[in-house]
Design a binder for this molecule. Sequence first.
Ligand code: HEM
Length: 451
Amino acid sequence: MQLVEDLGYHFRDVHTWWIGPVCPVLRLVHPKFVAPLLQAPGTIAPKDTTFYGFLKPWLGDGLLLSAGDKWKCHRRMLTPAFHFNILKPYVQIFNKSAGIMHAKWQRLASEGSARLEMFEHISLMTLDNLQKCVFSFDNNCQENPSEYIAAILELSALLSKRHQQIFLYMDFLYYLTPDGRRFRRACDLVHAFTDAVIQERRRTLTSQGVDEFLKAKAKAKTLDFIDVLLMSKDENGKELSDEDIRAEADTFMFGGHDTTACGLSWVLYNLARHPEYQECCRQEVRELLRDREPKEIEWEDLAQLPFLTMCLKESLRLHPPVPAISRCCRQDVALPDGRVIPKGNICTISIFGLHHNPSVWPDPEVYDPFRFNPENSQKRSPLAFIPFSAGSRNCIGQTFAMTEMKVVLALTLLRFRVLPDDTEPRRKPELVLRTESGLWLRVEPLSTGPQ
Ligand code: HEM
């Protein structure tokens, strides 16, 4: 990551990395230069499939991996699943899962404070949230070990490991290794879980009929993603197949857990290193919840936390959970300075490089939430800050993720003081931006009463 930062100082817009003597990869780190790729239609600059191919056995043809007409049709069908009417009731789920994690932290900090590895604790909580929002499944996975959750964590770890072993990029070799066999076993387990939920829900839907089904759901006030996927139809009235629904549900579980856990872990790290900003956020939350019992965040509160939102965005800039995405040019693509990316070239849009580019962000290594006040935000290109990518293939889950992160961050700061650990973490890009040996912080319980 140090090298990527340094590159930004020397080559500010675009540069080439050679993989061996024959494979040039173009790295773009400026809003003006990423625009032609992010705004190009999928037929001109589709996703590069080298790495994403490893995910195929797990995620099938879900939104992240599909292309062409299938992607277009599914993206249209799935967009309503992230409408705020669907997301609104999830806020209660986020409050509850955060509460379970915090109760655990309280126990661990019974002697005054606890030293915790953030990714480990927060990933379990984000997986708990996703299980509840995608499947309406609650198995107390933050307290009791779950085979399904263990399989997802194993799949993610195996993917990161394979990414770094170039000799195992060939499928036939990989699946002969113990890791490859483990990957297959974990995939089977995850698929069996998703299939069982879909079958059960289809049976209920068939026996009750759509109207009764919706009435029952309206009473419970929550439609989970499986419900929405089961009922969605394309413009010709065609429903999604069970295989399609499984692919989309598995994609949400993959796309939504590590990324959000990473965003939350790093914002706690940044606020631990900047106690003055941490205290400002805490005062904002205390003020908002002053006369309220129980102290829970509601959907309407999310717009009332401007400083906390600025701190979160600045953390997503400095530590973007997805450090880079890639595209493959199927046609020549013209850059704004007249140069042309030749057809066939693989391009990396370095989100990390762009967020650390000194010609876009002065003093890029400094954590300064005021970069995101309304006045400063207005002065920048909308493509200067792209943690969720941009253009037609941007993150469909970004409102879900921002909502979850704001709820959990607000409650965490209300209940705990977060302090840095003695050792500085070394950043490490895996599937998401992690660290070499965990992200350790200390937490101290606070009284949540009036102060
Ligand atoms: C902080 C949290 C998150 C970050 C930083 C993030 C980031 C991203 C990025 C950069 C992409 C573009 C990938 C590419 O072009 O190859 C993406 C796509 C996607 N994300 Fe997220 N994501 C987050 C949370 C979520 C959540 C919570 C969900 C679902 C519940 C989700 C589902 C997806 C899906 C399905 C796509 C593919 C969209 C498409 O190609 O149409 N993400 N995300």
